[in-house]
Design a protein. Structure first.
Length: 317
């Protein structure tokens, strides 16, 4: 990873981390094992209280930057982006990891398509399991036939901001773009939409080489709280955007959060066997009942995928 002083660095890896001691070594190892070796790996510790920093320091090819207080993932990513010196900046969450050829494939695609941002579909894998159970595209029934550039209209079909991006550093610097640190939710979507507003070419590959870890404890109550917090964040996120196209995407995200909460409410009635109230809701909101049935069907299909992947435990639902 050592370069001559005047030689341009190809790629920097930025890993924001907070209390990620059980996972950080795997994330760093996957970055170090790339077929295109990163010129630098920057771990930004967001004031962890566990052994995250100590475990990152085990790797002598890693630079660790420590926040004096916890400021959230956007601030940690931004500090890493400001410190990065590569032409490309690859973001990797501390509990996730990559296939060995991911950087080579993404950089090749980005340069071939003259992209400013690039990402791929990602695998979903649950903690303590060895095999992923689906991908982000497959879970939503989204199909992309080969790598291509996507725009605002494509974001209306699928929220690509949930993917992890490779970023062209010069584009970010030219347009003064960073993650919005005042947002604790929707910061990814807001950042990517702001990049599109600035004219970014966003390239997406349907071939997953990123492993997204689903941490245990994602109970219904916690999911409901997360959706409520995202709904609260929509007006704040809107202030960072300036075009009707971006706001349409944000409005669609708001609709999805509302429908997710709606589904959780209906499912709660089913679990509590409150069938009379369920029938009353169905009479008042037949369209909501149709949506619930469709989503419940997808949920059962996802359970089956998880059974096949060997991870399903009823206690996790």
């Amino acid at each position: 990873m050592n370069q001559e002083p005047n030689q341009e660095w190809l790629v920097s890896v930025v890993i924001p981390a907070y209390n990620a001691a059980p996972f950080i070594s795997r994330a760093i190892s996957s970055a170090l094992s790339q077929t295109v070796a990163p010129d630098e790996i920057i771990v930004v510790d967001d004031a962890s209280t566990d052994q995250t920093v100590q475990r990152a320091h085990v790797f002598d090819r890693v630079r660790v930057l420590s926040q004096t207080r916890n400021q959230g993932p956007s601030a940690a990513r931004n500090r890493g982006i400001r410190a990065a010196r590569g032409r490309w900046i690859a973001l990797l969450d501390a509990d996730d990891w990559w296939d060995a050829a991911r950087l080579e494939v993404l950089i090749g695609m980005a340069e071939r398509l003259d992209a400013d941002l690039a990402a791929d579909d990602l695998w979903y894998i649950d903690e303590n399991q060895e095999r992923p159970w689906t991908t982000a595209f497959r879970e939503k029934g989204y199909h992309l036939h080969g790598p291509r550039i996507v725009g605002f209209e494509d974001f209306q079909e699928f929220n690509f901001a949930q993917l992890q991006f490779l970023l062209r550093r010069q584009f970010l610097e030219t347009h003064h773009l960073l993650f919005p640190e005042r947002l604790r939710y929707l910061e990814h979507l807001t950042f990517v939409l702001a990049c599109l507003e600035a004219g970014a070419r966003v390239a997406i590959s349907p071939n997953p080489q990123y492993y997204y870890l689903g941490r245990t404890g994602s109970m219904t109550r916690l999911r409901e709280e997360a959706f409520r917090e995202r709904l609260k964040a929509v007006p704040r996120a809107s202030r960072f955007l300036r075009t009707p196209e971006a706001r349409i995407v944000l409005d669609l995200a708001q609709r999805d959060f509302e429908r997710a909460l709606e589904f959780l409410r209906w499912r709660s009635l089913v679990k509590q066997r409150r069938f009379l109230l369920l029938l009353g809701n169905l009479a008042k909101e037949p369209a909501a009942g149709v949506r619930f049935a469709a989503t419940a069907g997808r949920s059962l299909r996802h359970r089956w995928w998880k059974v096949r992947a060997g991870r399903f435990s009823p206690g996790n639902e």
